[in-house]
Write a protein of this length. Sequence first.
Length: 288
Amino acid sequence: MNKNKKRVNLSSDTSNVIEKQNSINRIINESTPFDVIEAYKATRTNIMFSLNSEKGCKKIIISSATSGEGKSTTCINIAKTFAETGAKVLLMDADLRAPRVHKYLKIPNEKGLSNVLAGFDALDDCIIRNPDFNFDCLTSGALPPNPVELISSKAMQELFEEFDKRYDYIFIDTPPVTIVTEAVLLSKYATGVIIVTRQKYTMFKLVDRAINSLKFADARIIGFILNDADDRYIYGSYKSGRTRRLSRSRYRYGRYGYYAENSDSRKYASAHAATKKQEPKETEKPNN
Ligand SMILES: Nc1ncnc2c1ncn2[C@@H]1O[C@H](COP(=O)(O)OP(=O)(O)OP(=O)(O)O)[C@@H](O)[C@H]1O
Ligand SMILES: [Mg+2]
């Protein structure tokens, strides 16, 4: 096979390129550099144009092929950028395995999506309307033992019907497509899916696999975002196509190593060890 064919030309549309952010807090705020803010605004414009013929509430899934490509960060920043237009926006953390939205926004997560889906709490008791943000937020809630069951339940469908009445846009943070199935399951409710890729990290064959899984479920992929981009590579002559030198299992499964039962034992062991070390509480079963 021609080597060049393997290279994915994600940087050709520079309007969906989010540059590397050096600050520890990657959630946009007053001190975020102008070019990063502008990149999110350009992404907002592109999303609006791709969905302009759609009526009613637009539900947009943010996902990626593997772990750690910047889904949660991007999802929060896009929700924030959309809310600035005065639109009614909900940010929903549908990653019921390694949720991050509440951590990045520094908000509580005692109750959330899983609690609503399981029928333990009412939606209005779980939605966070923080005066610091101009959007509503539904965090993941307690980590359930059965995320797939909850996501594919009738309750999920009913929740989306309720959201239709309340919001103009819903941005849904999901786990990676090639590791677990929730993003694909949710795609049947979504207006579109955005795939986040990360420069010098994302591997083409995994993006390809993610696209195939989403297409198989008839999901509408509305675009790609190139995250953590280095403009030397975008605007210069980046030709190498090399990925960051990480162990393949750690790179691919990241926080989801625990769930990678189908990987071979060596990969599983190293991924599990890596995630266990980073976040012992998250990988524990719920109700602990
Ligand atoms: N543009 C960026 N520049 C620098 N660092 C970034 C950028 N985007 C994300 N990061 C950092 O990369 C890490 C992973 O980001 P994030 O949690 O958003 O990824 P994710 O795809 O949601 O991961 P997971 O698959 O584990 O849910 C975080 O530490 C985040 O702060
Ligand atoms: Mg995430």
